[in-house]
Design a protein around this ligand. Structure first.
Ligand code: GLY
Length: 430
């Protein structure tokens, strides 16, 4: 069995790691991968956006299954391209991936299929004057979202009209987000706690992984600029069994049925960002892929053979699949390069990894690492490592992760010391 994972971050290392745990002992490849994926499998120097080269390589190597990590190739149609060549792949079609690729598409979809979300209006750059006048009559806080993919930076939460009007100009007139900002979605601000739900589906049947919560802000107490995510944990105690039933009935099932109605059944991983508002769960956003760093906590909680799970997703055989999960919790702490999320330093030597073999209680996932010619492990990205702990409780999982973080070192390494604080609060005051 040969499997290719497309991507190069901590999420992809977690995918390669989970596949490598399978009793089927697959040979795992990663394109292009990082220094962590190279330790478990074989890195292949092909860009995730070079579909022709990927397909040619997959054919030559007789790869049995491809799994796509990041959103860009999905939105650009990698799944359609592989399927047109008869190659099994895990991910949604380009049409379905618009749930992430276009905020306007996602809002229209939710309105049409009665899926709870914030009220909204969409405007194009041609409609700037109308947008400005409409926005001036709205209450703040209010949320402005660039329509297209903007590497997690296209969402502005505006606390007053000055910020809102400046945000509108930034997106529609100044074109800061390029083509992604040719349209803007303006949404009412939702209050509540956010959680991430990961649905794995073959287009008809689905399984749900333990809900996760991530920490998007750089600073402790969830303050400061947004990042790709500074840590995560699962299961999220806020997602009680009762809330999850509502999420399934009011959000997941209508979403999957809606995509069937649209003529493009959703396949692969559907990541639903949910706000638990006083009125009930509502969709903040859809993503067409696994979260990063959420993958680093949800995959270690899967007891089942993930090779079989992903094969069933790719081949439409999820019906009746009994997903097995481990008891307990997982938590991950991201170690970032100095300066992140702004300009950051690269090429710093990472020390301490040699002392830390992965165990069933702790795994160090590489996010932005590379090996020098001399064999030194160096930082090569903003988020460098995601250190995951696993334990019977969230507190024990966090303790395990932080024990390992203390052993790892690179100059100016930054990490938050309060990962999991919301989950711990729920555990103490249910
Ligand atoms: N952790 C947020 C994301 O993957 O989009």
């Amino acid at each position: 069995m040969k499997i290719l994972v497309i991507g190069s971050g901590g999420r992809e290392h977690a995918l390669v790691w989970a596949l490598a745990q399978s009793p089927q002992r697959p040979k795992v490849f990663c394109a292009p991968g990082n220094a962590g994926t190279a330790q478990l499998g074989v890195n292949v120097e092909i860009s995730p956006m070079d579909f022709g080269a990927l397909v040619e390589w997959v054919r030559n190597e007789e790869i049995d299954l491809t799994i796509v990590g990041p959103e860009q190739p999905l939105v650009a149609g990698v799944v359609d391209f592989f399927r047109s060549q008869g190659l099994p792949i895990v991910g949604p079609s380009a049409y379905s991936a618009q749930l992430e690729g276009s905020k306007g598409f996602a809002k229209r979809f939710m309105a049409q299929y009665h899926i709870p979300t914030a009220t909204y209006r969409t405007f194009s750059s041609m409609e700037y004057e109308e947008a400005k006048n409409w926005l001036a009559a709205q209450d703040c806080p209010i949320v402005l979202k660039a329509d297209g993919l903007a590497a997690g930076k296209g969402v502005l939460i505006c606390h007053n009209q000055v910020e809102a009007q400046a945000g509108l100009r930034t997106i529609l007139l100044e074109g800061v987000f390029g083509q992604a900002g040719a349209k803007v979605v303006i949404e009412s601000f939702m209050t509540g706690e956010e959680a991430s739900v990961f649905v794995l589906t073959d287009g008809r049947d689905y399984v749900v992984l333990p809900a996760a919560q991530d920490h998007k802000r750089i600073g402790e107490g969830d303050t400061g600029p947004n990042t790709g995510g500074m840590g995560a944990y699962a299961p999220a105690p806020v997602m009680t069994p009762e809330v999850l039933v509502r999420v399934q009935n009011e959000i997941i099932i209508p979403t999957l049925n809606g995509m069937v109605e649209e003529g493009s059944p959703y396949t692969g991983i559907l990541y639903v960002g949910i706000m638990l508002t006083p009125q009930g769960p509502k969709v903040v956003e859809y993503n067409c892929r696994f979260g990063d760093p959420e993958t680093q906590v949800v995959l270690p909680l899967i007891k089942s053979d993930v090779v079989e799970l992903f094969m069933r997703i790719a081949t439409g055989r999820l019906l009746g699949y009994p997903l097995g999960l481990h008891e307990g919790a997982a938590a991950t702490v991201v170690m970032a390069a100095p300066g992140y999320p702004d300009t950051y330093t690269k090429g710093l030597e990472i020390k301490g990894l040699g002392n830390l073999a992965d165990t069933d209680r702790a795994v160090v996932f590489h996010a932005g690492t590379s090996l020098s010619k001399e064999g030194k492990m160096l930082t090569s990205g903003g988020r460098v490592l995601a250190v995951t702990g696993i334990g019977p409780t969230l507190q024990e999982a966090l303790d395990m992760a932080y024990q390992r973080v203390e052993i790892l070192h690179f100059e100016g390494a930054y990490f938050r010391r309060d990962i999991g604080w919301r989950g711990l609060k729920h555990d103490k005051e249910p």
